[in-house]
Design a protein. Structure first.
Length: 464
């Protein structure tokens, strides 16, 4: 008895080879009779046909893919050429001096590279990282795109830097002319008032940000402004709370070097903290404060009183300023709670305010420091609410208004000697848009400005 082994190999199909073993037996003589037991009753011609079709379809697809790949290669070749062209152009660009780069149209160059990047990244998506050719092309395009970007910033920086240098030079030239003009004028001696008024204001000098920081936009600062001050080198900085109303404390510095370095400072509290609650009774209101002969003069919180605190011993006094409006009634334009603005000049201490009777026009009061009263007052022709700030020089009130973010104009003056007001025009460059306080110091012919948290000062030149 033989065992017939017969292996029938079907056509391969997608699932792989299908093999089946069949058993048979010898049946008399030399005939091997195979009894094949097929799972189906008939030969699966249908299935073979289907498989053949499937194979054909797959072959076609492979051919299609091959065709596509060939096409891609052709397109890749075209892009390769373009890339080589771009690379050459880029090399030429890189050899140019920076000045020459100004003329290059980077927009066109960038557009071309962007297009290439797009096509190649589409290709890359289709071949899915399997084509080294595409990968290297992709890397090169990325590289070239980066190079153009770098060249472009290089160019921009150069152009911008040149522009900035030009601006700086122009500004230095103007400043130089101004300085020469200022130097050419004979100086009016300090304390002397027989001159012909204001000649010009220097460019702004920025000292620093106030010690409390940028959030403290309102406030005032300066140097003891009394003509016969005992401590002429004492500086003070008074930032209001961010509410633009309350003055809780001021900080004083013994000298210019100290304020420069924020050192050796002494804080003088006005408001007091009682049982975790602020008591502002002795606190200040608004940025119209000044230090005059070692005393701080300010509008007492929530009142029409004038307050004075001695910086040496903290002794505090207050007096009502009759008829003065208060609590933000006729404050300066764009500056809140500056109903009372103290000022000092060669003639002494002044207070700039307003009354209901003056209908909001500026009233200038001469303060008698011995009695802490206004001994004489003048009503001007200028509305306080139309003025940004004001200061006194030699008994003359000067008022400013904003022209734009960078310029302030001294546009009005009122002479207490003649009792007459007039329009004038002196431009002042500003560091920042708003002017929260402005005051004059007769000991050095300087203006002190607090502008959006910054401490700024100017030199004043008079006509001899
Ligand atoms: C067919 O027989 C051979 C030899 O006995 C064996 O190796 C193979 O696995 C068998 N195939 C099937 C599908 O039974
Ligand atoms: C390179 O590209 C530029 C601009 O597209 C074209 O004018 C120039 O003929 C090209 N050069 C070559 C060698 O393809
Ligand atoms: C690309 O290939 C990664 C693995 O190499 C695979 O995970 C991904 O699904 C493929 N994406 C496409 C669109 O074929
Ligand atoms: C990219 O460019 C730099 C300089 O242009 C070159 O040295 C580097 O070989 C490039 N890299 C590729 C991957 O092309
Ligand atoms: C400064 O002058 C005022 C008024 O002229 C006077 O009352 C005061 O005592 C003087 N102060 C000093 C320190 O001389
Ligand atoms: C606030 O301080 C003033 C002056 O020191 C005092 O007279 C007043 O009683 C205080 N008010 C409160 C509510 O504590």
């Amino acid at each position: 008895m033989y065992l017939c082994l017969l292996t029938l190999v079907l056509l391969h199909n997608a699932a792989g080879f299908v093999a089946q073993n069949f058993t048979g037996k010898l049946n008399g003589g030399d005939h091997c009779v195979c009894e094949v037991l097929l799972p189906d009753s008939s030969f699966p011609a249908m299935r073979v046909g289907t498989l053949e079709d499937e194979t054909q379809r797959l072959t076609n697809r492979v051919e299609d893919e091959m065709q596509k790949l060939e096409e891609q290669d052709i397109r890749l070749d075209a892009y390769m050429e373009k890339l080589i062209n771009l690379t050459k152009r880029l090399e030429r660009l890189e050899k140019l001096r920076p000045e020459g780069l100004i003329e290059i149209n980077f927009d066109v160059l960038k557009k071309e590279i962007k297009e290439m990047e797009m096509v190649i990244s589409q290709l890359r998506g289709r071949v899915n990282g399997s084509n080294a050719h595409v990968e290297s092309l992709y890397k090169e395009v990325k590289n070239i795109s980066k190079s153009v970007g770098q060249l472009e910033t290089l160019d921009k920086n150069n152009v911008l830097k040149a522009q900035r240098d030009m601006e700086v030079l122009k500004k230095r030239l103007v400043d130089c002319e101004k300085t020469i003009k200022m130097k050419a004028q004979p100086m009016v001696p300090l304390g002397f008032c027989q001159h012909h008024g204001l000649s010009l204001i220097s460019k702004p000098n920025l000292l620093q940000l106030n010690w409390k920081g940028a959030a403290f936009k309102s406030g005032a600062w300066g140097k003891d402004a009394a003509w016969n001050a005992t401590k002429k080198s004492l500086y003070w900085v008074a930032p209001l709370n961010p509410d633009g109303r309350i003055l809780e404390s001021i900080r004083i510095y013994p000298s210019f070097n100290d304020i420069l370095l924020y050192k050796n400072s002494i804080d003088l509290p006005l408001s007091v903290l009682i049982n975790n609650r602020w008591n502002h009774t002795l606190g200040g209101q608004g940025a119209g404060v000044i230090v005059y002969n070692n005393n701080l003069y300010y509008n007492c919180y929530n009142s029409r009183d004038m307050c004075r605190t001695n910086l040496n011993n903290g002794v505090y006094q207050r007096k009502t300023l009759p008829n003065a409006v208060f609590n933000n009634r006729y404050s300066y334009s764009g500056v809140s709670y500056q109903d009372m603005d103290f000022a000092s000049d060669e003639k002494g201490l002044w207070v700039i305010y307003s009354t209901e009777a003056s209908a909001g026009k500026i009233v200038v009061g001469k303060v008698n420091v011995a009695t802490l009263t206004v001994e004489k007052s003048w009503t001007t022709t200028q509305k306080k609410t139309e003025v940004t700030n004001a200061f006194m020089m030699c008994g003359v009130l000067y008022a400013t208004r904003s022209v734009n973010k960078k310029t302030e104009e001294i546009f009005y003056m009122f002479d207490t000697k003649t009792g007459k007001g007039e329009q004038i025009s002196f431009m002042m460059e500003k560091m920042s848009e708003k002017v929260q306080s402005l005051s004059y110091n007769a000991n050095e012919h300087k203006l002190y400005m607090y502008s959006d948290a910054y401490l700024v000062h100017y030199d004043v030149i008079f006509k001899p």
